[in-house]
Design a protein around this ligand. Sequence first.
Ligand code: FES
Length: 169
Amino acid sequence: MADTESSGNGKAFQPRIVAFFCNWCTYAASDLAGASRMKYPANARVIRLMCSGRLDPQFVLAALRQGADGVLVGGCPPGDCHFQEGNSQCRRRFELLCRLVAQLGIEPQRLRLEWISASEADKLRDVVDGMVKQLKELGPLRLEPIPRPEGPGAGDLPPAGVAAEGAPP
Ligand code: FES
């Protein structure tokens, strides 16, 4: 999709990015970028985590459901996690998450995981820049409504305490 796509109000599309940053590295890099007066797009809204290993896949799905066009996750480089293995757990979860969003019809390119240490403000700027460009190419995220089951009784839940037909006791 062209990066000139309108967001509906006549202005060029500006992607919304929700960024989950580890406090000890990527968040510190964003602080450094600010202190160094580096300029980078203001499209990212940062949420600070104590470790990238704290990232629950539901946080990412909730961000997408609530209007984000992309999600950026930033953690300490391999071997530097303050909680030993948080970043490797994050990497494994992130790979599964990319497969899950693809199944939901969302381009996995909307998700990005980067290891950015506290001193790498310039890398952070380049990553945010690159992600904004990529999301402009992809266009706004439009989630399809989940189709409701069809047929008589389809989708009805049994009353609380009553097992569905064929369900194990
Ligand atoms: S403390 Fe930064 S990724 Fe774990």
